[in-house]
Design a protein around this ligand. Sequence first.
Ligand SMILES: *Cc1c(COP(=O)(O)O)cnc(C)c1O
Length: 394
Amino acid sequence: MIYMDNAATTRTAPEVVQAMLPYFSENYGNPSAVYSLGSAGKKAINGARRAIASVLGAKQEEIFFTAGGSEADNWALKSVAEAYSGKGKHIITTKIEHHAILHTCEYLEKNGFEVTYLGVGRDGVVDIGELEAAIRPDTILISIMFANNEIGTIEPIEEIGAMAQKHGILFHTDAVQAFGHLPVRVDELHIDMLSASGHKFGGPKGAGFLYVRTGVKLRSFLHGGAQERDRRAGTENVPGIVGLGAAAAKAAETMAERAAREEQIRDHLIRRIESEIPYCRLNGHRTKRLPGNVNFSFRFVEGESVLIMLDMKGICGSSGSACTSGALDPSHVLLAIGLNEEEAHGSLRLSLSEENTLEEADFVVEELKKIVARLREMSPLYEDFLKYGEPGIK
Ligand SMILES: *Cc1c(COP(=O)(O)O)cnc(C)c1O
């Protein structure tokens, strides 16, 4: 099997699983308990908190554990909305956010908030001038993702953070695709809140965190016990949090090496696909791009059909994001960067990890060439195109 869907989820690293195991079977005590079986769990949670804080250049008490990226996104937006509605009810985000942000914004709109959804350029980058123009006296939050999960574009986070700071507005970033893959330092980038998720960087599913800068008002997300400094009730997911911390530490240590390796395979894939498959287009920014992201649109084919045929060859990829596959709606991200519906339906994302090889990349390209050619042979659109041509396409 060739796994190239690491933006959907990653394999939990074996050493991360090893670090987690004792917290199921030996140190299973409740971290709130007074006896030592419980305090082992508590210590491990604080160790994970320290590890994550150190990667971000943050303080330990600024890290709040959650059940993943979606919860962290929901919490950040709903908490700011509730705690700062006295100042205003306007939020700025983008059209290319993950649904965890977009659907939360829609929910807030139903509850009296106004949301501006910034567009992006062909390459998926937010325009700083447009952002500044959207700022109003009643704007309470700017939430813009660090890097896009579908097209891999990395946003100008430092400039966005500086802009938010200049206007005295809180800045949240969904860094689920970036944390563990790119250097993320909250002070240098002027980030006030940040979401991340373990299973996107070699940690377990169902464990993530929200970073909240000291001084930002944070409302409780779950009411109950006093866990997470009274903000997020419920007995902690100790093994999950331990795995999250171990994965964060490991990712920080190996980041430069991993990124270089993934970029080499990414660029090899991009070069070969562009030169060997006609009528394709690279989606996302060519250089401001996640090290492991490849996203192409192929004209005259359905991305879903490409995926099924790749799967028959043991290759796992994705068309659109995992959260939208299964639904027939074209990806909102691809529409936002200016693709038409046909181009958006014909997209393929391959997302790499350090485990992928150049040999795998070559095998994928060879299979992809055959698959796209075969699907085009069966396409009436392609047949028409060959007969009559189409303005604007050579
Ligand atoms: C995966 C993802 C999420 C959701 O994270 P979960 O841990 O799966 O809830 C949010 N935002 C982005 C950009 C993602 O890629």
